[in-house]
Design a protein around this ligand. Structure first.
Ligand SMILES: [Fe+2]
Ligand SMILES: [Fe+2]
Length: 432
């Protein structure tokens, strides 16, 4: 949030309202702003500087449709604006929400009276340290403009309406520097992305220059969230606590740093160890775009897996020492689950190592394990499945004090009547 200017000062200085359409909210994202997940960060784009505001109020008793609410009494949250990626980034923080209560909110421009759609919002909290989250990755879908993620997201929330938040493993769109892909992706998915806060890992389609049209800091410019001091040019890392779980969202974009040789930076490793060594949370869950293990090309192809091999050397020991239960990743567009892995990268007993998981592919770029996967590489995986063309995939995780139940689904996006299909499930016990 270092680039935020004060909106009230900006308004007089640089207000440039050419038409209402210049102030139409686009590219809206909802995150947990703070590490304890008590406030929401909202970010949205406009074509011009204006008077950005969030309006929010509790849903009146007996009313379930946000469009039926009289918004004249809604709380007004003044927001801030700054130069963003190909437009004006507006950000605001929604605080003071009562847990498990339904609100409606909208974002927009107070002076021009231009608003987003209205969305329900509920700050869910764990019950008996139990909660549910969804996990998508690689929703990039080229010319389909978000329709595959929409189908999968709708199916997931139909089955898991209690979802507290969503993890996204990165590569939300194919060309992260292209406004014309972000806008339809987030517009068509707004019924879900406005309602469910998301933690996103930076994907290479958000940090490889070939996808960016000269833009940088792509994730930083699309989310409103607290994170430790860091260079955000090639992605962002941050921590969130929910219930008895610590989520560490790492940034594999460190490999872009000059002279890194596909390694994670010392500063990110120091942050990771600081977080892991000081937490009192029993569940430690890491998310990182580039996998350490995968039967796909970035995990197992000898000419593509340099980062994976380096990450194993850098992270296996830390994951072992600090009892990381799960490492969630993306990038290879397949589903897999490893056996528990120890500090030396060897298979170990249930409950004694870190299990690595990839949730298939949320978008169109479906892949499978590489041809000629070596027996040694294959032996790390308890299961792995290729993705089918036209299918999207996701996972749901139900966290309890003693175990995590994980469910892997695919859905045929080419058949409008198709429902999601449970393809696999597993249960993890707490690390011993
Ligand atoms: Fe991807
Ligand atoms: Fe990727």
């Amino acid at each position: 949030m270092s680039d935020i200017k004060n909106s009230s000062e900006d308004i007089e200085e640089i207000k440039e309202i050419k038409s209402n359409s210049d102030l139409t909210p686009e590219r809206l994202t909802l995150t947990f702003y703070d590490r304890k997940c008590e406030t929401f960060g909202v970010s949205w784009y406009t074509a011009a500087y204006g008077s950005p505001e969030i309006r929010i109020m509790p849903m009146p008793d007996g009313v379930s449709d946000p469009d039926a609410v009289d918004a004249s009494c809604a709380r007004r949250i003044k927001c801030a604006s700054s130069d963003g990626m190909e437009g004006v980034k507006n950000v605001g923080i929604i605080d003071k929400t009562s847990p498990e209560r339904d609100y409606f909110y909208m974002v927009g421009d107070a002076e021009a009276n231009v608003w987003s759609r209205r969305s329900l919002l509920r700050r869910r909290v764990p019950h008996d340290d139990s909660f549910t989250f969804l996990f998508f990755s690689d929703t990039q879908d080229g010319v389909l403009l978000g329709t595959m993620w929409k189908k999968a997201y709708g199916e997931a929330l139909r089955d898991y309406p209690e979802t507290a938040f969503t993890l996204h493993g990165g590569d939300i769109v194919d060309y992260g520097g292209y406004t014309e892909l972000w806008e339809p992706m987030l517009r068509i998915n707004a019924p879900y992305t406005m309602r469910i806060p998301m933690m996103q890992a930076s994907g290479n389609h958000e940090y490889w220059p070939c996808y960016l049209r000269g833009n940088t800091n792509v994730d930083d410019k699309h989310y409103c969230q607290e994170y430790p001091p860091q260079d955000t040019t090639n992605g962002v890392y941050f921590a969130r606590e929910f219930g008895n779980a610590l989520f560490l969202v790492m940034n594999s974009g460190d490999v872009m740093s000059a002279g890194s040789y596909d390694m994670i930076s010392a500063s990110q490793l120091e942050w990771l160890e600081r977080e892991l060594s000081s937490t009192d949370k029993d569940w430690r869950i890491v998310m990182i775009h580039n996998p350490l293990y995968s039967p796909g090309k970035y995990g197992s192809a000898p000419d593509r897996n340099m980062a994976a091999l380096n990450f194993r050397r850098q992270l296996n020991g830390l994951f072992w020492k600090y009892k990381v239960s799960l490492c969630l990743c993306g990038h290879d567009h397949v589903y897999f689950k490893t056996y528990p892995i120890d500090k030396n990268g060897k298979k170990c007993a249930e409950g004694e190592g870190t299990v690595h998981v990839m949730p298939g592919c949320g978008g169109i770029q479906n892949r499978s394990a590489i041809e000629g996967l070596s027996a040694e590489d294959a032996s790390m995986f308890e299961e792995y499945y290729p993705m089918r063309h036209g299918h999207s995939a996701y996972m749901a995780f139900k966290v309890t004090p003693e175990h995590i139940d994980a469910f892997y689904y695919t859905v045929d996006c080419e058949d409008p009547s198709a429902r999601s299909v449970l393809k696999s499930r597993f249960t993890l016990g707490r690390r011993k």
